[in-house]
Design a protein around this ligand. Structure first.
Ligand code: TYD
Length: 139
């Protein structure tokens, strides 16, 4: 599955902790967009889509959240709670986000601008396209 945990370097000193993120170095793409999700109720489940080309890195900079990543063949649940850790999600991966803690802030780094046409929101369509994609790309 084209999903990976990235461990960022961290600078600790008596003043606190700092995690720098450099495009094309700490994350494997040029960052074109940043957004963050917060103030999410505990019972909310969101996401429910895949992207055709977009790559993203999800960082839970505060609190905790669970991320479900899925392909037609595999499914993983990745709990995020460490601001030093990023979850890389490549193209054609279905994702759902749930159990946001009250204080959760999920920061997302994206390889492209917001493009509605890059979203697949219908799971059966996703399955069909993903089977073809993984056959061709053997990932
Ligand atoms: P949405 O994609 O539904 O969130 P998720 O899939 O993570 O649950 O996005 C919520 C709203 O925000 C929707 O109206 C689209 C808008 N949006 C932007 O305008 N720009 C962005 O970069 C993103 C990610 C969403």
């Amino acid at each position: 599955m084209n999903v990976d945990i990235i461990r960022f370097s961290r600078h600790n000193d008596k003043y606190g902790k700092l995690v720098p993120i450099e495009a094309e170095d700490s994350v494997p793409f040029d960052i074109k967009r940043v957004y963050y999700i917060y103030d999410v109720d505990r019972d909310v489940r969101r996401g429910f889509h895949s992207h055709v080309e977009l790559e993203q890195v999800l960082i839970c900079v505060s609190g905790s959240v669970n991320i479900l990543v899925k392909t037609p063949e595999e499914e993983k649940i990745i709990p995020l709670h460490d601001p030093q850790e990023g979850l890389y999600i490549g193209p054609m991966i279905w994702r759902e986000m749930y159990e946001f803690s009250r204080d959760a802030v999920l920061l997302v780094l994206a390889s492209d601008h917001y493009k509605v046409e890059d979203y697949i929101r219908d799971y059966s369509l996703y399955e069909e396209l993903a089977k073809k994609y993984f056959l061709e790309n053997k990932k």
